[in-house]
Ligand binder design. Sequence first.
Ligand code: NI
Length: 167
Amino acid sequence: MALLPILRFPDPRLRKVAEPVARIDDAIRRLARDMAETMYEAPGIGLAATQVDVHKRLIVIDASETRDELLTLVNPEIVEQSGQQRGEEGCLSVPGIYDKVERAQRVVVRYLDLDGKQQTVEAEGILSVCLQHEIDHLQGRVFVEHLSQLKQQRIKSKLSKQARITA
Ligand code: NI
């Protein structure tokens, strides 16, 4: 088990489009475990492989209050979506920034589990938002890119100031 460093917006590596996982082997299972550990430690409710600079279609999510409902999704794909919701989002790659994003209310996501079995999850509310947010990461998209250009500029300058203070 290991904690993985998380890329920070606007790192250009966050824009890479992830490749499908061709084979679920021990390396993928180890990566999934490390990503889950990193997510719980942060703490966050979701993490995409893109955020740890691995450009494969793999995400981990735990949107439960009890923090014991880990979902690991390989090659996730939204196969149905409906309705609309607008809620506040944050991201481990954009620390300290929260803003409202429009998302589908309900999604159905098809994916492979770590045994290579096809599964589907149907979600509404926060789990639905989280699935859409993490699948966006695999497409090279960070949630702030749903916001206006002006807001994105403000966020970039705020984060670069933080980075200077930290460094
Ligand atoms: Ni995120």
